[in-house]
Design a protein around this ligand. Structure first.
Ligand code: DAK
Length: 257
């Protein structure tokens, strides 16, 4: 049983993971990261789980890596850091991942947000990469994913000054997909997750993969991947069902085949 997470599997194919280290503003220590990576692995292999939401509490989504734990690591400890593998497993989650964010999402917390595919944030959310204040730089994709999300000038400003961004500005900058009232963040994320959970799972999976390709490949390769994925889906029972349901004017019932 994870001790830093609360995991709720909903009947409708949605798994809600709540980060639960409130005494440290959900700071991401090694144990929490390992538990999160394990939960995501389990969700990836569970055919009933179609979509996962990660959330925190009203004060903090996550205030970054655990600074007290970081203080104990020397250079050799950093070279052999088990957190690297945990982060890689989290970033490789193949199903749709939604972050429902209230309060602080700083450092590793902001990097976790950027591992998500969709980000619903309360108007009280604050995002930032304050590692520069500790004499370090982001270590879990913060320089790479932030620049891709918000562009060079704002990414530079955030990473070099450690300033934070409120939810309104994060929405304008493209770091989040939607802003809600703080008390509705998880509810709205559940709505979005349930909507995705009803779609054809193979199409959802390939759509995610194709969209992610757009971030790190040239246009010609991305278009080639899209065409292959599109063609692959032509052989699925769910494509037949989707088209038949449209013609018969009824909701489609997808089975993931
Ligand atoms: N780590 C440990 N404890 C933390 C924490 C953190 N990141 N953030 C907050 N806490 C603890 C505080 O120490 C305090 O504990 P007590 O004193 O009550 O025992 C409690 O949470 C409440 O925090 P505050 O009293 O500070 O609350 P405030 O409302 O006054 O301030 C704050 C909230 C978020 C502005 C402040 O807590 C803050 O500045 N926190 C630190 C934020 C930060 O610098 N985050 C970046 C950390 S560096 C890597 C991958 C990733 C990373 C590193 C390596 N590899 C794969 C190798 C990531 C690095 C980072 O994220």
């Amino acid at each position: 049983m994870p001790s830093n997470l609360v995991v709720q599997a909903q009947a409708d194919g949605v798994r809600l993971i709540t980060l639960h280290r409130p005494q440290a503003l959900n700071a991401l220590n090694t144990e929490l990261l390992a538990e999160l990576a394990d939960e995501l692995d389990a969700a990836a292999h569970d055919e009933h789980t179609r979509t996962v939401i990660i959330t925190g509490n009203r004060k903090a989504f996550a205030a970054g890596a655990d600074i007290n734990e970081m203080a104990e690591r020397d250079l050799v400890g950093i070279l052999n850091d088990p957190r690297v593998a945990h982060w890689q497993r989290i970033a490789a989650f193949p199903k749709p991942l939604i972050a429902a964010v209230n309060g602080f999402a700083l450092g590793g917390g902001c990097e976790l947000v950027m591992c998500a595919d969709i980000v619903i944030a309360g108007s009280d959310a604050r995002f930032g990469q304050p590692e520069i204040n500790l004499g370090i730089i982001p270590g879990a994709g913060g320089t790479q994913r932030l620049l891709r999300a918000v562009g060079k000038p704002l990414a530079m400003q955030l990473v070099l000054t450690g300033e934070t961004l409120d939810a309104r500005h994060a929405l304008q900058a493209g770091l989040i997909s939607e802003m809600t009232q703080p008390e509705l963040t998880v509810e709205r994320a559940l709505q979005v997750a349930r909507s995705i959970a009803q779609k054809a799972p193979l199409a959802v999976r390939l759509a995610k993969e194709a969209l992610l390709k757009a971030q790190d490949t040239d246009l010609a390769s991305g278009l080639r991947f899209e065409r292959h994925a599109f063609t692959l889906l032509a052989g699925t029972a769910d494509r037949d069902e989707g088209i038949r349901a449209f013609q018969e004017k009824r909701p489609a019932s997808f089975i993931g085949r």
